[in-house]
Design a protein around this ligand. Structure first.
Ligand SMILES: [Zn+2]
Ligand SMILES: [Zn+2]
Ligand SMILES: [Zn+2]
Length: 205
């Protein structure tokens, strides 16, 4: 398209709107502070700003609930304060579509969805099955010791796996170490306390 021909003079003029290759609708609104150099603004931004009564704050994004980027009916739009919240909505939508439970987490190792108690969630929010982690750690230990697949691992080597996440320790201290990190230690203790209080609550029923 000819960059010198803008808006109504452009070859691509379709009555003031256009659809991007990703399916988003752009409308012609020269003069709108949120419009780009060609005078176009994403329709979902335009509508969100109309609802909000002002420009979207810096970093805010707009989510399409039914994930159709061209469906800009106000009820289909959710204003997200930042991209990480927006990504969370997508993560929950994917989980809901996969297993019918928006809070299910996807294991980064086997790709299956599951519920939190069976998963280890790291600081970045990535989830892995505890069983998958420990299987991977055992595989690494076997490889390091030159053992065949599924062969038993000496107790001593098992001791070098983190009790919380099952990851093999990076360094090999001579004393018994339980956790790969302070993070895992804290997590393990919080989990223990929670189990303890759950048991207590259960006892009163
Ligand atoms: Zn979205
Ligand atoms: Zn898994
Ligand atoms: Zn750990």
């Amino acid at each position: 398209m000819n960059g010198n021909l803008l808006g109504q003079n452009s070859n691509a003029w379709k009555g003031g709107w256009t659809v991007t290759k990703h399916g988003y609708v752009q409308v012609y609104a020269r003069g709108n502070p949120s419009s780009n150099h060609r005078g176009y603004i994403f329709e979902h931004i335009l509508i969100a700003e109309r609802i909000l009564g002002k420009r979207l704050p810096d970093g805010a994004t707009v989510h399409h609930v039914n994930r159709n980027p061209a469906d800009n009916r106000p009820g289909n739009l959710v204003i997200c304060q930042d991209n990480s919240y927006h990504q969370l909505l997508h993560k929950r939508a994917r989980a809901y579509e996969a297993v019918g439970d928006p809070s299910a987490l996807r294991c980064g190792l086997c790709g299956c969805y599951d519920n939190q108690p069976d998963m280890y969630v790291d600081k970045q929010g990535y989830a892995k099955h505890k069983a998958c982690l420990s299987a991977r750690a055992k595989k690494l230990v076997r490889k390091r010791l030159g053992l065949a697949e599924n062969s038993p691992i000496p107790k001593k080597a098992i001791k070098k796996l983190c009790v919380e996440c099952g990851i093999e320790f990076k360094s090999y201290p001579s004393t018994r170490q339980l956790f790969c990190s302070q993070f895992c230690k804290n997590k393990y203790q919080i989990g223990k306390q929670r189990n303890h209080s759950l048991k207590k609550e259960g006892g009163h029923e």
